[in-house]
Write a protein that binds this ligand. Sequence first.
Ligand code: SF4
Ligand code: FES
Length: 248
Amino acid sequence: MKLNLKIWRQKDANTKGQIKEYPIDGIDGDMSFLEMMDVLNEDLIAKGEEPVEFDHDCREGICGSCSLQINGEPHGPDRMVTTCQLHMRKFKDNDTIVIEPFRAKAFPVIKDLIVDRTAFDRIQQAGGYISVNTSGHTVDANAIPINKEDADDSFYAAACIGCGACVAACKNASAMLFTSAKVSQYALLPQGRIEAVERVQNMVRQMDLEGFGNCTNTGACEVECPKGISLENIARMNREYLSAKVKG
Ligand code: SF4
Ligand code: FES
């Protein structure tokens, strides 16, 4: 397969970036999108040119680092997959593919296609934990009965990999889907109720401090999320937040 790649190149955070064109040949439909990028980079290195920088780690949909905007969509045209799980068979011979970094004020570009997503880490650090005394006797995991539906919903919320596609998909660059998933995974479990009031307030405060936009319920985040994180989490976080304000 022959492709015409249009890729965002940016030397560093302080230099203006631009789209550059890279024709590429010999791409197999069974390759992943990142393998296609590897082929491009091998070509560039062989020609003495600088390879395109992009983030990746697990290459199996777990770490959330491979965040690319592909033809205007976070993680490309497929649904419920990350960029590393996207196959080149989703494209046709002679297609033009525009590849950009995720765009959001809170995700500044570091180089080429790599953005700084430490804003998510700081939201997580603001409340994404429970305090449990682990010295001495360890509590048996099954000692606290948990409703099956709540356990399932908590598990689905915990599937968020922090990729940032929800922010990149949102016209307001809102981080509500991410933050609500992180709030929900604890809010639904008895272990998470102890610090629930502080958690939701601290995480929402940090989200706002990072410069993410407001949620206007477009639902684009849910559509582009590779892990199927539901908008119900945003509704749950709003309830948690209002209840915390009343209690606080
Ligand atoms: S909610 Fe979905 S799109 Fe947003 S960071 Fe989590 S996994 Fe990625
Ligand atoms: S490289 Fe880890 S999710 Fe894609």
